[in-house]
Design a protein around this ligand. Structure first.
Ligand code: SF4
Length: 220
């Protein structure tokens, strides 16, 4: 199963959310989703494509890694001229590659959200695969206008183990076709599919109901 990097965050936030969206095809937006969408529309509009003598910035860059069977779109990729960097098709010279992911808000405690870090780490593995480089990962927070470098050099093994474990869990979940129950202690306040999720029984699973010939329309 090929995984969209975007879905890793849904699974990390709550495996039930991931299954509702990807097994059942449920979806709903809330204010957080709309805010993030507006910010990303702005980032991906093309106005962020910049070129100078030392750096080229491209927004909305498609990435993939065939070995991990994942793909996604990076908000922004910066190619900085560097003699020790990698070759990039269609660009002359050699470059250091920096991935920059935009987020609406910076955590108040100054910590890095693990979900954000894993998203950029997955992008990094794609960028490294595509350009044969050792890319850097960064987060840019719109509210504070600050940029933070992610510790992929020092914590590579930890992030790699975390990511591959998540991908295995996602594939198992998708292939089982089952909707897992609400995790114990799960915080649901910011979840956009809360109304769809909590109004249903733990065993809610459209696919099984259709196979059994039940009237699924009553569930909506
Ligand atoms: S409402 Fe809660 S349990 Fe349901 S999908 Fe969202 S986070 Fe998970």
């Amino acid at each position: 199963m090929t995984i969209n990097i975007r879905d890793i965050q849904h699974y990390m936030y709550c495996p039930r959310r991931f299954a509702l969206m990807r097994v059942n095809g449920d979806w709903a937006e809330n204010a957080f989703v709309v805010m993030a969408n507006i910010m990303h529309e702005n980032v991906h509009s093309g106005r962020h494509n910049v070129k100078s003598s030392s750096k080229i910035e491209k927004s909305s860059v498609a990435l993939y890694n065939d070995e991990l069977d994942i793909y996604g779109v990076a908000d922004c990729v910066e190619f900085e001229k560097s003699a020790g960097g990698c070759a990039v098709p269609s660009l002359e010279g050699r470059y250091k590659v920096k991935l920059v992911e935009y987020k609406p808000t910076q955590p108040r405690d100054g910590e890095i959200r693990e979900t954000d870090a894993i998203q950029v780490f997955a992008q990094k593995l794609c960028a490294d695969y595509v350009w044969h480089c050792d890319s850097e990962g960064w987060l840019y927070y719109s509210d504070t206008r600050k940029r933070v470098r992610l510790p992929f050099d020092t914590d590579f093994d930890r992030y790699y183990a975390l990511l591959t474990g998540l991908l295995t869990g996602m594939r198992n979940c998708f292939e089982s076709g089952l909707i897992p129950p609400k995790p114990q202690g799960q915080q649901c306040g910011g979840c956009s599919v809360e109304n769809l999720c909590l109004s249903k029984t733990v065993k809610y699973d459209v696919k099984s109901l259709v196979i059994k010939g039940e009237d699924v329309c009553e569930s909506f």
